[in-house]
Design a protein around this ligand. Structure first.
Ligand SMILES: Cc1cc2nc3c(=O)[nH]c(=O)nc-3n(C[C@H](O)[C@H](O)[C@H](O)COP(=O)(O)OP(=O)(O)OC[C@H]3O[C@@H](n4cnc5c(N)ncnc54)[C@H](O)[C@@H]3O)c2cc1C
Length: 471
């Protein structure tokens, strides 16, 4: 794609379509938070359409003029999928923020793509409901961005990812056509699943403007505990038993390796909150919801006492109050603390079949440590669905080439039926892995779909696929 900035003539046509306040440039863009990738606002121009109809006119113009368009939501994506360059137009859903409808009977919400997860969570809570999906970036991540990346998070093991949560969506194609697939019923067999196609497409097939999303009954948290364990087999068994034994819904089973716990706890001055772990190499943060008939906390504590007696669980520390619960969640959710510790960090987000998780982790830990020393390896994740985040840090000058890290992590994963991107997508950062580890027939079919829906390649060029070379 060209690195030349958009001409003033084109920008004035774009501004005319967007209307008052719709095109941000110069200081207005400089004042924006670039989010989780420093180059997200590299285009230097951000279009913020106020309606799907305006977005439709905008994309028709961009398609005719071959202007690259980068869809942007809350900019919390962790794969570089929202990165924009000069000559492209960043198109933000920041003004598409209407939460249009909550149906408490059907348990469905209809909301614009720019609504944040947190805003939906609060609105649903007024009806005793919840979106059934939760992640640490909830304050900024938008429903459109979450759909486009097929976000998962803490509750995915019981409620599924965005692909399972979405009933329908409305989106604008590259040529400006507005496609309405916004059914809000769970059963809809009226042809190909276009919403499913858009989910996980990372802004390369269309820009999502509105979604219909399932809701669940919201239940209060009954108890939270940090368990110390001897290893992954014990952690997996404990999480499995807790899903069945308590008679109340398990809300979270988040695993953290000890190096991760200690580093983040120290960064926040929360070491006292993890002292009960003793020398255990692994920690499991578990949280249970109140069952309709009550009594969940008592049953939870009974189960934990039994597991401790039999030696399945080595240590149990139950959060006694809100501060302690928040401390435990801060440790789990502030992975940014690792980025602050190390000048360079490579981040991986993988899915491993549960019955292969222990062997995989042992071989990978050993493989990574053989690559270079001293090397910080921090692992944590959503245990119950086998989704691990692995952060590998090194000091300046000691960097291991990313391809060498991928050679340790990915080939064994592919063999056992795992995935090298669990919830963050391909974006730009995992393009090399996409080329190396996704079978050619799958890649070819994806390229054919992309070419059919966006023949001029204007939608997010450089995400998932390498950007086309233009003369
Ligand atoms: C602290 C933290 C914790 C996180 N935890 C989790 C987690 O537990 N689980 C998880 O799955 N993810 C997690 N993430 C990743 C991130 O929150 C998700 O990827 C989120 O879904 C991105 O939403 P966004 O609105 O910020 O999208 P953006 O970052 O703005 O965009 C992400 C991608 O989606 C595209 N896009 C954005 N909006 C649209 C749209 N309306 N139509 C089409 N394409 C669009 C962009 O082009 C880009 O490719 C975490 C991130 C952070 C920073």
């Amino acid at each position: 794609m060209t690195a030349m900035s958009l001409s003033e003539t084109v920008l004035s046509r774009i501004a005319a379509i967007l209307g008052e306040g719709g095109l941000l440039r110069g200081d207005a863009v400089a004042a924006l938070d670039p989010g989780y990738h420093p180059a997200n606002l590299g285009a230097g121009v951000v279009a913020a359409p106020g309606s799907a109809a305006v977005l439709s006119d905008l994309l028709a113009l961009c398609n005719a003029e071959r202007i690259p368009v980068i869809a942007q939501g809350g900019l919390t994506g962790l794969a570089g999928g929202a990165v924009s360059e000069p000559g492209a137009l960043a198109v933000s859903t920041r003004r598409l923020t209407d939460l249009l409808h909550i149906d408490p009977i059907g348990r469905v919400a209809v909301a614009d793509a720019g609504v944040t997860l947190d805003a939906l969570q609060r609105a649903a809570a007024d009806h005793g409901l919840s979106p059934g999906i939760d992640l640490a970036a909830r304050g900024s991540a938008t429903l459109g961005g979450m759909a486009a990346t097929n976000a998962g998070g803490i509750e995915a093991f019981r409620n599924g990812t965005m692909r399972d949560r979405l009933l329908g969506c409305r989106f604008v194609r590259a040529d400006g056509a507005l496609v309405d697939d916004l059914a809000r019923v769970p059963k809809n067999n009226t042809g190909y699943g276009l919403t499913d196609l858009l989910v996980g497409s990372e802004g390369t097939l269309g820009i999502i403007t509105r979604v219909a999303i399932r809701l669940e009954r919201a239940r209060p948290v009954a108890a939270t505990a940090l368990l110390g364990l001897a290893g992954l087999p014990e952690a997996l068994k404990t999480a499995g038993l807790l899903r069945d034994d308590i008679g109340a819904p398990l809300r979270a089973a988040e695993v953290m390796w000890r190096d991760y716990v200690d580093a983040v706890a120290a960064a926040h001055g929360l070491a006292a909150d993890t002292a009960a772990l003793g020398p255990c190499p692994l920690a499991l943060l578990v949280e249970v919801e109140e069952a309709p008939e009550g009594g969940s906390e008592g049953r939870f504590l009974e189960c934990l006492a039994r597991y401790a007696e039999t030696g399945l669980v080595a240590t149990v520390a139950v959060a006694r109050n809100r501060r302690q619960r928040e401390a435990l969640w801060t440790i789990r959710e502030d992975a940014d603390a690792i980025y602050r510790l190390w000048p360079a960090v490579a981040s991986f987000d993988i899915s491993v079949p549960l019955d292969a998780l222990d062997d995989y982790c042992r071989s990978v830990e050993a493989g990574l440590k053989r690559l270079a020393a001293p090397l910080g390896v921090y692992m944590f994740g959503h245990l119950a669905d086998g989704n691990l985040h692995i952060l590998v840090g090194w000091r300046s000058g000691e960097a291991v080439p990313p391809a060498a890290l991928e050679d340790v992590l990915y080939p064994p994963l592919i063999e056992i039926g795992g995935a090298f991107s669990a919830e963050h997508g391909i974006g730009r950062d995992r393009r090399r892995a996409f080329g190396r580890f996704v079978p050619p027939e799958r890649r070819r079919m994806m390229a054919e779909i992309k070419a059919a829906l966006d023949p001029n390649g204007i939608l997010n060029p450089g995400t998932i696929f390498a950007p086309p070379v233009r003369g």
